[in-house]
Design a protein around this ligand. Structure first.
Ligand code: TEU
Ligand code: CA
Length: 541
């Protein structure tokens, strides 16, 4: 298959609400993003994944859309969006919009109509079941606590919502729904967007009566139709969010024939620090050997027959340097190690805002500083089940989504330069030490490490197209792998922990140049969190 632009690209995720405020209302906005495009151009990224900015009551901060074809006034206007698309394109940056197609807001006109009567033409845009108030149709649970069914007395019916009750699930079995969605996507394509991120797209084939939510039997029929009616008419980067995906599913989603998407976000590595069979709040230490196995599996299984996405962070995940790095004495070294480990792999890397600075988790002493419905509902739910405030807050501080949503730390001025107003969520107090202004011109900064990784990917095809072989597979502290493509070889070796590890003579780096490292010089050992990236026949330096 012909090479695609997004195979050598690096994407950057912006959570607009927390990126840059331009009008002192304490909320980030599109004009603020435009004012920061030079920073992103300096970093060298090729695409911006924009979390939702469409009209929304903000119950789930934009993942509850009430108008797919208008911008919420808190973020700006359609003209602002057109300007962002144009200004980004001038810098060689594509705008990738976040599309939430599994559900709408309950304030979307479709749902407002649907609730009016059973025979309203929009009623079957959603998933309804007859019944009585005493018990929901079945035991399906919502991701934000409680039943996935909500009772509407006027209709004597329940409606399905896999997230909050203000996010009713769309009925993809209804062709009218699918055609509405395809029309809307083509409308955004005509406005020049460069791609889409598809929120929980593995859920749209749901069969709730059989308790099937992800990977339903009709899912790929719908996604083939979706892709044919929209994405295949452009040269887009399309990434599906698919929590339930296996490598076999991913080979269908990211088939090089272009029949569905470019790639998917899968989360097998993300779930390696929770108790088996439990959920993210039930903490467990990271299983490092499992991490090596999972990455090896996905690298080998998709090579040549699919495409990986590569990420540690997003707006739903705690910040990686606090989660699996060391955000105290080895924050800089471990942040760079995590970057080098990930960006040397096959696939398209995604950088989440602030990751390139080594931004850390915040510390929430109580629910007062929290803003996320998922954490607030979990807090109430687990309190009612007898969990202590202390253990609940321990889980939230480790895994809560607000960790990723504290404002971007631009400089050491008040509110880290994010806003001249009162921020919608507290700025992490460590902004005076951790901020962009102190890093962008420092060759040894975490920002510069990411900038170099992006530049290396652009000039060395082994990054995008090389194969993968794990080395020192049984080592419990070191992650080392080798990649090969035409006349190039690359070897990445990282010490994932804080104890020095033997290295000299354990792998063959002859004929290779040290292209990037987070330490000065090459010692016989791998120092705490040390990462090295070697390339044979390197280009661009
Ligand atoms: O997230 C999908 C999803 O399942 C997450 O809610 C995940 O289970 C949870 O965040 C783990 O911490 C997508 C969006 O990324 C998320 O922000 C939305 O809340 C959700 O869908 C509903 O649209
Ligand atoms: Ca604003």
């Amino acid at each position: 298959m012909a090479e695609k632009w997004w195979q050598s690209a690096v994407a950057y995720q912006i959570y607009p609400r927390s990126f840059q405020d331009s009008n002192a209302d304490g909320i980030g906005d599109i004009a603020g993003i435009i004012s920061r495009l030079d920073y992103l151009e300096k970093l060298g990224i090729d695409a911006i994944w924009l979390s939702p900015v469409c009209r929304s009551p903000q119950d789930d901060f934009g993942y509850d859309i009430s108008d797919y074809q208008d911008i919420d006034p808190m973020f700006g206007t359609l003209n602002d969006m057109d300007k962002l698309v144009a200004e980004s394109k001038n810098r060689g940056i594509a705008i990738v919009l976040d599309l939430v197609l599994n559900h709408t807001s309950d304030e979307h006109p479709w749902f407002i109509e649907a609730k009016k009567s059973r025979d309203n033409i929009y009623h079957d845009y959603y998933v309804w079941r007859d019944g009585d108030e005493s018990a929901p149709p079945n035991g399906l649970l919502a991701a934000f606590s409680g039943s996935a069914w909500e009772w509407v007395p006027e209709l004597k019916q329940w409606y399905l919502h896999q997230f909050s009750k203000k996010q009713p699930d769309l009925n993809w079995d209804n062709p009218a729904v699918r055609q509405e969605i395809y029309r809307m996507i083509r409308w955004w394509m005509d406005r020049g967007v460069g791609g889409f991120r598809l929120d929980v797209i593995d859920l749209v084939g749901k069969e709730p009566d059989r308790l099937i939510t992800g990977n339903g039997p009709k899912l790929h029929d719908y996604l083939h139709e979706l892709s044919k009616e929209t994405f295949q008419k452009g040269d887009l980067m399309v990434v599906g969010e698919t929590w339930s995906a296996s490598t076999e599913d991913a080979k269908i989603y990211s088939n090089p024939d272009g029949s569905e998407f470019s790639m998917v976000f899968q989360f097998e590595h993300i779930m390696l620090d929770q108790l088996p069979g439990k959920d993210k709040w039930d903490l467990a230490p990271l299983d490092f050997m499992a991490l090596k196995k999972v990455f090896t599996h996905w690298q080998k299984e998709l090579h040549g027959v699919g495409w990986n996405s590569l990420f540690w962070n997003n707006h739903d995940l705690p910040r990686i340097v606090s989660r699996w790095g060391n955000d105290k004495e080895y924050r800089v070294q471990s942040a760079k190690m995590l970057a080098i480990l990930l960006h040397g792999l096959q696939g398209t890397p995604y950088i989440y805002q602030g990751e390139e600075l080594g931004m850390t988790n915040a510390t929430f002493s109580s629910t007062e500083g929290l803003r996320d419905i998922e954490s607030l509902n979990m807090h109430a739910d687990r309190l009612s089940k007898g969990y202590s405030e202390e253990e609940i807050m321990k889980s939230i501080n480790a895994k809560g989504r607000d960790n990723a949503r504290t404002p971007m730390q631009w400089d050491s001025s008040e509110n880290a330069g994010f806003t001249l107003g009162t921020p919608w969520i507290e700025v992490n107090p460590n902004y005076k030490e951790i901020n962009a202004a102190s890093q962008t011109d420092d060759e040894d900064s975490i920002f510069s490490c990411y900038r170099k990784l992006i530049a290396l990917r652009k000039t060395n095809p082994v990054f995008a197209f090389g194969d993968f072989a794990i080395l020192l597979e049984d080592d419990p502290h070191v992650f080392t792998y080798k990649r090969q493509y035409k006349d190039q070889e690359m070897l990445v070796a990282v010490n994932f922990f804080s104890q020095e590890e033997p290295f000299f003579g354990r792998v063959d780096t002859s004929g290779m140049k040290l292209a990037l490292s987070n330490y000065k010089g090459e010692s016989d050992t791998l120092r705490p969190y040390e990462a090295r990236l070697y390339i044979a026949n390197p280009r661009g330096f």
